[in-house]
Design a protein. Structure first.
Length: 230
């Protein structure tokens, strides 16, 4: 960002300057208005939309807003073939309040799962950025090997959520995810951390979480790199 050529993709000074400080909704990770932090509702930590319709996760935690300058950087990570940036982003996520705790709560049979890409998308991109993030998070939190990119499957090639209006996003991802039928028992009573790089409205994350819940997962925490500001 400052072009000072650090060893990391972004230097510590730029992280401090550009990472937003504030509380996010525990349902969809949208940044809550500052005024809310001092109001009577400060204990609930949910936005109006999540109060009306609570998401099927214990909580969703995000590091960044998907906005300037991070959106460009995340775009390069995804489309510019930079899977090597995943450990850096995982390090940022571990600084987010609640993330270390959510990972520390995982037992040795619990799982860190990425939101899967469709076969078609995986073929054109070459890697799944959420899977790279999940592996880096597992590695950095002492859960290496507790990840899988083949347990939760994307069985429908959907349009990118960012191209759609809010109302169309739920329809777009309906029926998009499925658990490998041969591995259903691996989820019974398990704690799952679900990882993605960008959350738009939460529709993909919530739909995937509902599928895991239906398969018997007992607790699901969403850990996402970024959240669109609206
Ligand atoms: Zn910098
Ligand atoms: Zn919310």
């Amino acid at each position: 960002m400052c072009r000072s050529w650090p060893a990391e993709p972004v230097c510590a000074a730029c992280v401090a300057r550009f990472a937003p400080v504030g509380l996010r909704c525990l349902g969809c990770a949208i940044l809550l208005p500052v005024g809310l932090l001092h109001g009577p509702a400060s204990g609930s930590r949910l936005c109006a939309s999540c109060i009306r319709q609570p998401p099927p996760l214990d909580s969703t935690l995000a590091a960044l807003d998907y906005a300037y300058p991070w959106s460009a950087l995340i775009g390069t990570f995804k489309f510019g073939n930079q899977p090597g940036w995943a450990p850096f982003f995982a390090g940022m996520l571990l600084q987010v309040p609640g993330v270390r705790q959510a990972l520390a709560e995982l037992g040795q049979n619990d799982l860190i799962l990425p939101i899967p890409l469709s076969k078609e998308r995986l073929q054109t991109r070459g890697f799944n950025q959420a899977w790279e993030l999940a592996k880096a998070l597992a590695q950095q939190s002492g859960h290496a090997g507790q990840t899988s990119s083949t347990l939760l499957l994307r069985v429908k090639n959907t349009r990118p959520q960012t191209e759609l209006k809010r109302e169309a996003r739920l329809d777009n991802v309906r029926g998009a995810f499925q658990v490998d039928p041969l591995r259903l028992t691996q989820l019974k009573g398990r704690r799952v951390v679900l990882v993605d790089d960008v959350v738009t409205s939460g529709a993909s994350l919530f739909t995937a979480a509902a599928v895991l819940q239906a398969a018997g997962a007992a607790h699901i925490t969403g850990i996402v790199l970024s959240r669109t500001p609206q």
